[in-house]
Write a protein that binds this ligand. Sequence first.
Ligand code: WT7
Length: 698
Amino acid sequence: MCMGYERRCVFFKMSGDSAQMFNPADKVAKISHCSSMEQYRKMHEKSLKDPEGFWSEIAKDFHFEENGLGQFLDYNFDVRKGKIYTKWMAGSKTNISYNCLDRHVLAGKGDQVAFHWEGNDPADAEIVTYSDLMKDVCRMSNVLKSKGVSKGDRVAIYMPMIKELVVAMLAVARIGAVHSIVFGGYSAGSLADRMLDAEASALITTDAVWRGSKLIPLKEIADDALKICRAKNTNIKVNIVVKHISRVTAPQSAANGAANGNPAKKTHFDDTGNFKVGWDDKVDVWWHDVVKDVSSECPPVWMDAEDPLFMLYTSGSTGKPKGVLHTVGGYMLYAATTFKYSFDYHPGDIYFCTADIGWITGHTYVTYGPLLNNATSVLFEGVPTYPHSGRFWEIIEKYKVSKFYTAPTAIRTLMKYGDEPVKKYDLSSLAVLGSVGEPINPEAWLWYYRVVGDSNVSIVDTFWQTETGGHVITPLPGATPAKPGSACFPFFGVDVALLDEEGREIKGEGEGYLVFRQPWPGIMRTVYGNHERFETTYFKKFPGFYCTGDGAKRDKDGYIWVTGRIDDMLNVSGHLLSTAQVESSMVEHEHVAEAAVVARPHNVKGECLHCFVTLTQGADFTDKLVSELKVKVRSTIGPFATPDYIQLAPGLPKTRSGKIMRRVLRKIAAGERDFGDISTLADPSVVEVLFEHRPNDK
Ligand code: WT7
């Protein structure tokens, strides 16, 4: 039935029934906002039966300037009844930047630390309080206004994990503009595509950043993106550039520069050690120059709860990224509430989420969720293995982190170094450990629990998507007995169903398409500029339901086990990529006639890319071609999309109607021969040929 399932199940050998249960840690349950399954069930039931009663109680903690909470909820999830829409609190007026900052400062919490910024190099650190942040945000809001940015305009942001990134997003939100953050690992082409699609009028970027010992020249990449935009007659009004690289410690390998042959040092710094940037006086301005003489006060623009807050691009199965659009009010309630309950946040906690703000995890659980809760967080610029493989643990010890949130791919990377780098540090402050991005394999779960958590923590495996705005299936750390590998139960407001191929609901134990029956406040509202694509992607297949695109199984105890994508998407290190996106980049190479890309299991990344390429007449499959194709994908999409395996495909397994049977390619990539029924293939003999050319595991 669902082609995706068997892949995940074989790889992770998941078994819901025999899995061990882990009770919430006592120290968490004792003080928890939700400390029993009975309480969870009561709250969950209320959230579904009486969404207004449930969420309006929560909304009381937030500031709404006018019209109370507006018209509380209005929606249509059924394509047969017309246009799909969701509106929460329409007509009410609020501002998320005000709720993240002013609300706390006015309550006397201005001196509290919002962020402990920790640089790529352990020598670099800075403390940012709530009132510092508020002043910086107001200054940048005033700058944006003076540059002609106003309500509804889109502002692209292409930055590393520095405090100015948080300032930029809140400043944009404060004046009612819409931020569109593009992860700093994307290429110039990807940045340009996103800026063009969003019709961005301004860009905020940074000269450069060290990521580990690698230099990322962000402004240079952004300049290339702006060139592409200009060629399409699209001009931005202003490019605000943070001068960052000169204020941080360079990696040892780069410190002595050209002398030891560090290529970054040679090409990007001049003889006196200054970082070189190209400059276009018409658009480029330095951040530190423009904020110098502006007021540190800026009244917020009161936004309708249903006005757009941000867009964030996610991969789509057609290959063209979709601008997932979130609105102000519902997202605010959902980000705040999921943060509070999933991590069981209490004043005094120190929270550390390792995700980059360029992904949705960073939007919701580095910026908005923590700030809405007046939390103190670590904002980390670097990578888990620089300058050593104990960096995360060192940071946890340094700041006495109590709530930690990372991805299975990072856990698997760090597991490879053994227990010793973890045991070197005092991690006794930890209470809740979170995981996100892909199904976590029980082996990694158990290592996280036993070695990192010393068997005295609660683990939360949080399932969600860019589209859902926040956690939709997750254990609650003070209430839910966890089963390693299961995301457990739906969050408040989320009504889970499993459907079979015909759309019939599977009750009780079973496996099928993971769908949701009614809107929760954080659900995306549309695909920017293409509402039809929104309806087709998420609502057409099963009228009346939001379709996640993932498969899931429910075990006899009602636990949900997400088994992975059931469409043509790949999950590389917890981030989605579409096969079509990679294929279209490969076929641009003159020697490639056709390309098919599938996921191959990878013991650190979860999945990696395995590409089958059919060549044009007379072309040879050489190492040179393989490396050219890798460069091609890197430069069109970004380094994180680089294929691990590229193989020759003299022919592809196609049905008589010409459709590629990806199920068969996935099996070949995984090195498995149980193909199932391949009698509908036009030429079944290609399968063996492809096997012969299969590259072995690296
Ligand atoms: C896809 C969404 C949302 C944050 C990061 C990824 C997979 C995410 C889990 C989990 C199993 C998971 C799903 C989902 N996924 N978290 N805990 N267990 N699968 O955001 O790029 O929008 O990807 O990531 O396949 O659909 P995204």
